[in-house]
Design a protein around this ligand. Sequence first.
Ligand code: GLC
Length: 479
Amino acid sequence: MRTVMVASEALPFVKVGGLADVVAALSRTLAKKKVNVSVVIPLYSRVKEHPHFKENATLFGRYEVRMSWRIQKCEVFQTDVRNVRYYFIGNDYYFSRGDVYGYNDNVERYAFFSLAAYRLIRDYLPKTDVVHLHDWQASAIPMLYLDEFGKLPVRTMLTIHNPCFQGICSRGDLPDFFNLGTDYFDDGLARLDDNVNLLKSAIMLADRITTVSPTHQKELLSGISSYGLEKILHLRRSDFVGILNGLDTDEFDPKKDPLIVRNYGIGNALSGKKENKEQLCRELNLVHGDYPLFCIVGRLTYQKGIGFIIANLEKIFQFRLNLVILGQGEEDYEHQLSFYCRGRDNVSCNIRFSNEMAHRIYAASDFLLMPSIFEPCGIAQMIAMRYGTLPIGSKVGGLIDTIDSYNQLNEDSANGLLFHLDDDNLLVNIIFALNLYEKKRVLAKLIHNAMRKDFSWDRSAEEYLRLYRQMLEKNHLDS
Ligand code: GLC
């Protein structure tokens, strides 16, 4: 079976959010199961600077992409990583920029990407069985097929990682950027409210739709954090499945992680974590090295509940705890966090992203704070658990599916804390965690449970494979 993943980011070359981890790890696991997998992503500046790209990538081909009156050059590069072929869609005007996202012409950039990826698959990868689209940036592709062939000649799957971003644009953008008629808007296929909505068009056209946890699938259908998609998803509910993401357990393994100060496993987690913590506290000038260490790692965005953290910071600082923050995101949050954290001796605020530091924080911390407003799956809580750091998360989406919340009766299975998100609850749970920290026996048990949990991709990849097979059978019946 031949599958092509189309996404706006993928590790090891470019990562902004969890999407990059998922595309890479799912592809690699499917490849282990003898699926022939390719990944198509844009050739951003930061991809060009990646050592693997620099040393190994070769030119695959050049073609021109027409976007109504524009003729844009496209250069495709390729390389292999662990049995997965990566194709990079290059165009300096669209992708040689400092950042990955955040530009006013994002619709145009990903229209180019979709048209170029479509052409790559249609003309150069004709044996493709399944085109697996991730999020809105790849969502125009089914419409492009429909427009050219009058039906979809390959099976397509759409995975929704973030329902908040839908590729919203105007009616006129269809002809201007996508070479598509405005009838896709007028007849409703690509229309939601008064806008073109690319994600909606893919929800309507893909053979299967998935999202990244069973609970988030239910949320999306019931209108919770569905950003207006619930009715559309209802139309497709029999083809809509929630599959929990896994974790790259090779990359995130405290036993052999080369980035952390001291390696440890379940057997010596307490002493191992202690050493990592002492070292990190020294480096970050957290003077009370023996206090419980809380961390926040990831994108500093609305979705991640950073507003709740900021609203409670003054109170959090009064507790006997240390807090380390690592991440970047919305400027307002970055400024506020830096401002409030300045001059304190129990917080270290690092407005940047560093993979190495993230690993070291996970290894050193006692608790991870994750007060997400919505969370389709979430990866930080899984990494934290693998490193014996107990997650304190809000009761949403994938956090519900991965965290077994401690309630004083379930110490044999509990591995973290879950709470309903509101201001007081965050503080109440921090206090609960501080108490738990003193109960060393229970704490050790929870750490053990967390580290024991199976997050491998194998099971999830099997589910994707099962869906691919179903789609292909349907294909067979159709023809
Ligand atoms: C998005 C979601 C996150 C999920 C990730 C990978 O970033 O916000 O919850 O883990 O995609 O699927």
